[in-house]
Design a protein around this ligand. Sequence first.
Ligand code: ADP
Length: 472
Amino acid sequence: MSFASASRRPSLALRLALWYSGIFAVSCALAFAVVHALIVATVQHRRDGDLVDDIGEFASMSAAEGAARVEQQVRLDAAGKEAAIGYFRLWGRDGRLALATDLEAFPGLPPPPDAAFAKRVADRPTLATLDLPGKEHGVRVVYGAMSADAILEIGESLEDDEEFVAALLRALVAPLIAIVLLGLPVGWFLSRRALRGVEDVTRIAAGIAAGALDQRIAALDLRVPSQGDGDEIARLAQVFNAMLDRIQGLVVGLREMADHLAHDLRSPLTRIRTAAEMAQSGGRADGSELALAATATEECDRLLELIDTNLEITETESGAARLRLEDVDVAELVRDACDLFQTVAEDRRIVLSGELPAECTLRADRQRLQRVIANLVDNALKYTPPGGRVTITLREDAGRVRLAFEDTGVGMPPAETTRIFERFYRSDRSRSAPGNGLGLALCLAHVRAHGGQITVESDPGRGSTFVVSLPR
Ligand code: ADP
C-alpha cells in the first residue's frame, strides 16, 4: 500500500510555496508601481513649482520695473543656461512674438496663445506638457501674464527629470527581482517548516501501517517529536501521541496476556505429555490405546514447541535473553545446513546449493544463527515445488555479512511481504504445509538482536529471496 502516491498533485508544501511566492511577486509589482507613480508625481510637482515661481518672479518684476526689465532679465537668464535645456517666449496679447530665445532644440513649438487661452493665463499661470516632433523627451511649459498686454512662456526639457526617474527605477529593479526570486525558496522553507509536524505524524502513521506497531513496540521510537505547544499542529501531535500510547498499552497488554497464557499452559501440557508417555511405556495399553497415546504425545510436543518458540521470541525481543557471542564461521553454518537439508531437498527433487566463501567469521550467537539459517532453508524448501532450486549466497560487503536465500518457489504478493514477519501469520496458500507461523517472527527477533535486518523480495509464482544482513 502506498500512501505517498495516493495523489498526483504536487505536495502541499510546494503548492503553499508557489502561492506564497506568487502573491509575494504580485505585491512587489504593485509596490513597485506605486513607488514609480509617487516618484514621477513628486518630480513633476517640484518642476511645476519651480516654473510657477519663475513666472511669479517675472510678473513681480514686470509690475515693479516694467516690460523692458523683464525682457532684459529673460535675455540674461537665457544666456546663463544651455539652449537645449529650456527656452523663453514673450507674447503680446495680439499674438505677436515680442521675444524668443534660441529655439533650435525645440522644433515645432505650438502657435501663439489665442484670446481664450490668454484670458485663462491672465487669471493664473497655466502649465502644459508638449511632445515635440522627433524629440525623445517632453517639454514642460508654463504661461503667465506679465502685464495687461504680455504673456511670458517658459519651457523646460523634461530630459533631466525623466532620466532621474529612470535611474532611480533601475536602481530599484535589481533588488526587487532578487527579492521576488528569493520568494520561492523562502516560501518553500517556511511551508516545509510549518508542515514538518504533519510530516512527522504521516511518517509515524505510515510506519505503523507498515507493521512497526507489531515489532518491539516499546523499543521503537513510535512518537511524534514534540512540536512545542499551542498551535494546531502541536495539538495534532499531542492527540496522535496520546492515541499511540493507548494503542501501545493495549497491544503490550494483549501480548503480556498471551505470554502469561502460554506460560501457564506449559506445565499442564508437560504433565499430559508425561502421562501419555507413561501410558505408552506402561505395557498395559493395547494397540489402539497406544496409537492414541502416541498422538497425544505428538500433539503435546507440537503445542509445547509453539509455546516455547513464542516465549523465545518474547524473550529475544525484550532483550531478556542474552546473546552468547563467539567467533562463528557463517560459511560453515550454511554448509552444515545444506548437508542437513540435502535429503529433504532430494526427496522433493529440489536442487539445494550454496555459493560460499571458504570462511566468513562473525561474532554471533551460534545457536541462534543456526536457527535462523535452518528456518529460512526450511521455508525455501517448503514453499518451492518439485523441480525447483534453492540457492544460498554468502557475501561480505561494507562491513556487513549478507546471506541471501533464493528460491524458485510459489512467491507471494507485495501485501503479504509486510505481514509474514508477524507472529502466527500464515498465508492461505501455506495452510496445507506444516508450520505454525512463528518461524519468520523468530528469525527477525534473532537477527535484530544481532543488530541486523531481514528483507524479502518476492514475485508470485516465480520465487522469493530473503536477505539477512548482519553487521560484522
Ligand atoms: P510457517 O512457515 O510455519 O507458516 P513462517 O513464519 O516461517 O511460518 O512463514 C510465514 C509465512 O510466510 C508462510 O506461511 C508463507 O506464507 C510465507 N513464506 C515464508 N517463506 C516463504 C517462501 N520462501 N516462499 C513463499 N512464501 C513464504
